[in-house]
Design a protein around this ligand. Sequence first.
Ligand SMILES: Cc1ncc(COP(=O)(O)O)c(C=O)c1O
Length: 498
Amino acid sequence: MDLTQTAETEGKHMDHTRVPMVEALVDFRRRGDVAYGPPGHRKGRGVDPRLLEVLGKGLFAADVLSLNGLDDRRQSNGILEQAQDLMADAVHAEHAFFSTCGSSLSVKSAMMSVAGPGEELLVSRNAHKSVVSALIIAGIRPVWVHPHADEELHLVHPPEPDDVRRALADHPRAKGMLLITPTDWGTCADIAGVAAVCHDAGVPLIVDEAWGAHLPFHEDLPTWGMDAGADVVVTSVHKMGAAIEQSSVFHLQGDLVDPSVLKAREDLLGTTSSSSLVYLTLDGWRRQMMEQGHELLSAAMSRADRIRRAVEKLEGLSVMGREVVRPQGAFDLDPLVLTIDVRGLGITGYSATEWLRDTCHVDLSAADTCRISARITQGDDDRTEDVLVAALDQLVARSDEIDRAPEVAFPRPGALELETVMRPRDAFFGPAEQVPTEQAVGRIVAEMISPYPPGVPVLVPGERITAEVVEYLRTGKAAGMLIPDSADPEFSTLRVVA
Ligand SMILES: Cc1ncc(COP(=O)(O)O)c(C=O)c1O
């Protein structure tokens, strides 16, 4: 793939009824090619019939290599390029690149195309752990831009343009900025404002828009990163779109990031065996969105609105609405995300989620101490709408069956803004030791500690551990918080710099 030759799509009328990847699969089947390379399952013929019975033949029949499969050895039909150009055109980008390891990989490629070892990058501190992984792998020095704490809701809202302006003034050598929007709770940042600040300083803005793949396709949704002037935007189509897990796209515009540099960084991290299944579903989703996206998203927004109104009538539950859109709050809110505070029932989001799964077979998107969240997509229908409302109704009616969780010691606003003492890479790879958690206070953490979901690290390697943060994590864990990345699953010890 030569990204430098990717067509500039602006001004062209592209034919969005075409699906180059999907058409190539149909052609491959029509020709009846017999392949002797990977995948070894040979269109499913080699698969254990018991597995086929569960997964279906279609899955394996569509799992065909791009190289010497959907396209020839020289990729002379440019099938992938065509599909990517169509995606770029659909979402108003100059270039779009498909990626098969989720935004976790795309965001690393994007960051490493802007900053390298020892260089500074402004990063919003509510970053997903994949962003922190990129800092560690690349040896980038983070300049944290802190989000705004909402004391009442116990969550944070994205940083504002003035925060970024101040950080850039303090760190004039920073290579760019990484912003996360929408957040896990659907709150959105002022991308255009932050992009303008970055561009005034001559540096690019990367937007981790993992939760925002649907945004380009409806004007009533929050503004999409490419439309707001960001330079690189990363999405996970599997999250809010209708492609399979791990399907991610990164998009590029402007001249602050060189497409060939982005390509080289992606090449460094990516697989040499990209899944065609991922590419095929991205291609098909783009056609669907171009043909029916507006209608599908209008229907999803009406559905979300109906659910929101029904849940608001349930005593003890409170749905986050546009009251959070205010200065020092959110700039916008994705109406498809239903963030429901359960504290009025005297229970935690963790126990509410577990009760809903066990009792109603309803699996939610995320939960924390205070809330649960459900996301509505184009795939929801009248049945899933009714099931959700009925389950929440049951949750309220039977909440006294649910164990009361122990109190969580929430940190004071600002208490999560820890001192960065070392570069994340040096703390992570340097000599380290495991010490009892209470003795870790004052030491420099050498591991990531990310309550999941949402997977935003409370502790990033290189930060100084405080008693308040340890107490928050300890009491949070007792209340049901999961910390899958800590070296000690019990959290009774912490990995610190030796
Ligand atoms: C803000 C954010 N960025 C990146 C990612 C990683 O995305 P993926 O799971 O597609 O690798 C996530 C995952 O939840 C996320 O919430």
